[in-house]
Design a protein around this ligand. Structure first.
Ligand code: NAD
Ligand code: 0WE
Length: 256
């Protein structure tokens, strides 16, 4: 079933094979989309080249630190030139300085707050603005978020505030881009053991907590996030925009 046949997409946020971005990219690829990839910096280039080249030796792979306007501009100039159009964009990027995820939210420095919001929220606005001129046939923009945007998750701290900005940005972008048939949605994933999650102290306990308390009594699988990403990219979701979809085994509905 080639739900995304003829669609062209660009994926931001693959670091390694465990990345949520990689799970969604695989689902988009399996549904027939043609994809380009970006990587944050030299450190990740080889990883991304190795993964992305499994989709064909000519897969477009470009560097993009989302805090650098000139790198964003180049990505869309090169991808636009190569494909002439674009339908899908995945934003799967987040960062806050480690110290901000350890102590109290109260102690968040101005700089940590700025960086977290620049990388994790503003980047969706910047990437969308550069993508839109190429989304001449309509499009689907998908961003990854987490429940810490809505409720206090101890130590998620400034990332929760940045995810709240990301979710609100999704709604404002959906309003601006609706007339051009471009949809903008977030997937709010339950915890997944990725590079960004590893090293978070207590992450193992968090996985167990979800298993115990989510209605489905388990954690979400990367493939399931891929399937939701493919749905949101597809015409099945043609009337869905500005939403946050919880893909968390039902955890978010619980009051206790
Ligand atoms: P990951 O470490 O695999 O992905 C995070 C990505 O962000 C990496 O590819 C990294 O290179 C990129 N990144 C960070 N700073 C960047 C910058 N300045 N420029 C460009 N790229 C930058 O981890 P992941 O868990 O797959 O995270 C992907 C997304 O999913 C993030 O938005 C995260 O908040 C979200 N999310 C993760 C979980 C989880 O439990 N893992 C749950 C819900 C949402
Ligand atoms: O969005 C995230 C994590 C994003 C993240 C991870 C790191 C680790 C390394 C952002 N910045 C950094 N900075 C680093 O230096 N998640 C949804 C996963 C996550 O992170 C948590 C969580 C969960 C869940 C942090 C504290 C509490 C819960």
């Amino acid at each position: 079933m080639s739900l995304l046949a003829g669609k062209i997409g660009i994926v931001f946020g693959v670091a390694n094979k465990r990345s949520i971005a990689w799970a969604i990219a695989q689902a988009w690829h399996e549904a027939g989309a043609m994809l380009a990839f970006t990587y944050q910096g030299e450190r990740l280039r080889e990883n991304v080249e190795e993964l992305a080249s499994t989709f064909g030796a000519d897969t477009l792979i470009l560097p993009c630190d989302v805090t650098r306007d000139e790198e964003i501009e180049r990505v869309f100039a090169v991808a636009g030139e190569k494909f002439g159009k674009l339908h899908l964009l995945l934003h799967s990027v987040a960062f806050a300085p480690r110290a901000a995820l350890e102590g109290r939210f109260l102690d968040t420095s101005r700089e940590a707050f700025r960086v977290a919001h620049d990388v994790s929220a503003y980047s969706l606005v910047a990437l969308s603005r550069h993508a839109v001129p190429w989304m001449t046939e309509g499009g689907s923009i998908v961003a990854m978020t987490y429940y810490g945007a809505k409720k206090v998750v101890p130590h998620y701290n400034v990332m929760g505030v940045a995810k709240a900005a990301l979710e609100a940005s999704t709604r404002y972008l959906a309003y601006d881009l609706g007339p051009q048939k471009i949809r903008v949605n977030c997937i709010s994933a339950g915890p997944v053991n990725t590079l960004a999650a590893r090293g978070i102290s207590g992450f193992g306990e968090m996985l167990k907590h979800y298993e115990a308390h989510a209605p489905l009594k388990r954690n979400v699988l990367p493939d399931e996030l891929g399937a939701t990403g493919a749905f949101l990219a597809s015409d099945g979701a043609a009337a869905i925009t500005g939403q946050v979809l919880y893909v968390d085994c039902g955890y978010q509905i619980m009051g206790m």
